[in-house]
Each structure stands twice: as C-alpha cells, then as structure tokens.
Design a protein around this ligand. Structure first.
Ligand SMILES: C[S@@+](CC[C@H](N)C(=O)[O-])C[C@H]1O[C@@H](n2cnc3c(N)ncnc32)[C@H](O)[C@@H]1O
Length: 333
C-alpha cells in the first residue's frame, strides 16, 4: 500500500523548508532538553522533526483537522490491527448516491464523483472504526487524500473556476513512527489558555502572521474532520467559524503575544516571524511588528535575532521581494 509523510500536504506558512535552520538553532542554544512544545503547530512538521524517544513532544493548534493529524502522528503508540484492510475497504467503496459532502462541495472543490466518494468514505469511517486511534488515522488518511486532488491553489478560501484537478481519490497509509510516541501530548486549544497549563524546555511559537484566518483557509478540512455536517454559506461554502477565529489575526495580536509570552513556563523560546509588515496587499501585512516582538521577548530573557532567506509557500498573489524569515531566540530569565 502507498504511504505518505506528515509534510505531504499544502499548508500556508508551513515551516518544512525552515526545519534545518530551526534544528541548528535549537542544537546551538538549548543544550540538553527533554521536551519540545509546538504551540501553533499547523502541519506539525516542526514538532515531528524533534520527536524522539528522548524528547517529549507537545503540539497544539486551534483547528480540529490539525489536531486529528497530530493525534495520529504523535500520540498513538501501536499500529491499529487491521489498518491496511480498513483502508482497502474505504478505497473500494463504489457509489453514486449524493451526500452532505457532494451536495456542498461537488463540482466546486472536487469533481462530483470525488466529492461523493469523500462523503461516503467519511460516513463509513464512523461505522468501521473499532476505536478512536483507528478513527484518527483513517480521517488523517482521508484529509491527505482529499487535499491531494482538491481543485484549489492549496487552500479553501476559494476553488478554481476551471475544474481541472481531476485526480482520483486514493487513501494511503500514514508513515507513523509509533515507537517515538510514548510520552507525547496533543491539544486543540487557544494557545493563550493552554500556556497556563503546560510547561516545557523548548517552546516554538509560529502564530498566524497576518489577517488571514486559518479557519477561513482550511474550513473544509475542519468540516470533513469533525463531520458535524453544519450548514455552509456563500460561494466558498464555509461553515460558521466563530469558535475557531484567532485573535492573532486581529488588531489585538500584539496584546495576545505579550500575554502569551508572560504566561509561558519554559527555558527556551523560539519565535518564527517574517518581514511582510509592509506589503501592498493589506491581508498579508504582519499584525505584530518586529520591534514589538523584540521588546516583549527582551523582557522575558536575553534575546537574539536570526534572519534566514526563505521562499515561503504562498498562493502566488502576495509575493514579497527579499522574503526573510526571522527566528527569535530567547533564553528565559
Ligand atoms: C503559521 S501557522 C503554523 C505553521 C506550522 N508551524 C507548520 O509548520 O505547519 C499558524 C497556526 O496557528 C494556528 N492558530 C491560530 N491562532 C491560534 C491560537 N490562538 N491558538 C492555537 N493555534 C492557533 C492556526 O490554525 C495555524 O495552524
């Protein structure tokens, strides 16, 4: 059976290409550490690169779809018994009966046939999963498979008018290294609330940079993962997302960041940030300034700034010349 890795998906602002720089910085600055917290984990590729028998991983993200994926990759310690068989059963479903998913998303984000199949598979997962581990993995497999054939430029703020992404849906098995997952913990919470409850050696912070809400760009994957079948609205067919709106995308971002850093109980803090403060596209402008972050971190401990050349994954509209990714490092007092 074909398989996929955690990084095999499209996600705005993912730091896959920055992993070497983050690892280098941690190796240089953090000495011996036994826990690593990825507080705004998105795809969780950063946490994944630190997951080992010796390091306890904690991940967190507001989006339920990211939570399901992180649960599969980091908390499950043994492969479910009949996983391959169940994936085969799901792949072999044949139906042309309309369902919630095809009615709302067919001939838009997916071809009609693919949308029918995605909806039918999601329904079947509810019935054939023998336990929650298995269910998390099967939903993860479906999210990656659907995303691979979606008629989009990599997010669900809109679909392409020409329905020209006609690949066939195929669920694959996630490559999970179960042996590393003994002590890990995965959360789906507001980072500022979670910060009161956890502590760790190294905390990596990668909040949204601008006013683009991840709940707007990945609503469809959250809808598919949670499967509450809510009403959807407008051309982009989004559900009510008030419960997953991030304050980091609002004018309160600076206040939120300060509140978070004050609360954090950690020895080392690493913050990713980029230099898109002054682009022409309003939605892409950073909500917290470089100087604000620096000032807030300096109060928490000795702070250094590392600049890295980086070609970000964007939708193509908002290209920034000389895009620089910044890694702040703060040794907490
Ligand atoms: C820049 S992305 C992180 C990308 C991630 N480092 C990666 O490599 O894929 C920011 C993430 O923060 C999440 N987020 C936004 N506000 C949040 C909050 N208040 N608490 C927790 N997560 C939040 C978003 O859902 C999004 O996945």
């Amino acid at each position: 059976m074909k398989s996929f890795n955690i990084q095999n998906r499209r996600y705005l602002g993912n730091k896959f290409k920055l992993l070497n720089s983050i690892k280098e910085l941690v190796t240089k600055k953090c000495g011996n550490y036994s826990s690593f917290i990825d507080l705004f984990s998105g795809t969780s590729v950063v946490a994944n690169s630190f997951n080992s028998n010796k390091v306890r991983i904690i991940t967190n993200d507001l989006l339920y779809s990211n939570y399901v994926i992180a649960k599969s990759f980091f908390e499950i310690t043994k492969s479910p018994n009949k996983l391959a068989k169940k994936i085969e059963i799901l792949n072999s479903i044949k139906t042309n009966k309309a369902n919630y998913f095809s009615k709302n998303f067919g001939n838009k984000y997916f071809t009609k046939d693919n949308a029918i199949k995605i909806g039918a598979i999601r329904e079947k997962i509810e019935k054939i999963s023998s336990n929650s581990d298995e269910k998390f993995i099967l939903i993860t497999s479906l999210i990656y498979a659907a995303d691979r054939i979606a008629n989009t430029v990599g997010h669900y703020d809109a679909y392409r008018e020409n329905l020209d992404t006609r690949g066939k849906l195929e669920l694959q098995a996630p490559n999970i290294d179960y042996r590393k997952n003994k002590n890990n913990k995965v959360y789906c919470m507001d980072a500022n609330i979670l910060a009161n409850e956890i502590k760790g050696d190294v905390v990596y912070i990668d909040p949204p940079y601008n006013s683009r809400q991840y709940s707007d760009t990945y609503h469809l994957l959250d809808n598919l993962a949670s499967w509450n079948k809510p009403d959807v609205f407008g051309k982009a067919k989004k559900m009510d997302r008030s419960h997953i709106k991030s304050k980091y995308c609002s004018k309160d971002a600076g206040y939120e960041f300060q509140d978070l850093i004050t609360k954090l109980n950690a020895k080392h803090i690493i913050v990713s940030y980029n230099n898109t403060e002054n682009t022409k596209h309003g939605r892409s402008n950073a909500k917290i300034s470089f100087n604000q972050i620096k000032k807030i971190l300096m109060k928490k401990g000795k702070t250094e700034i590392n600049q890295i050349d980086f070609k970000a994954f964007t939708t193509g509209k908002s290209k920034t010349e000389n895009h620089k990714e910044i890694l702040f490092y703060c040794r907490v007092k």
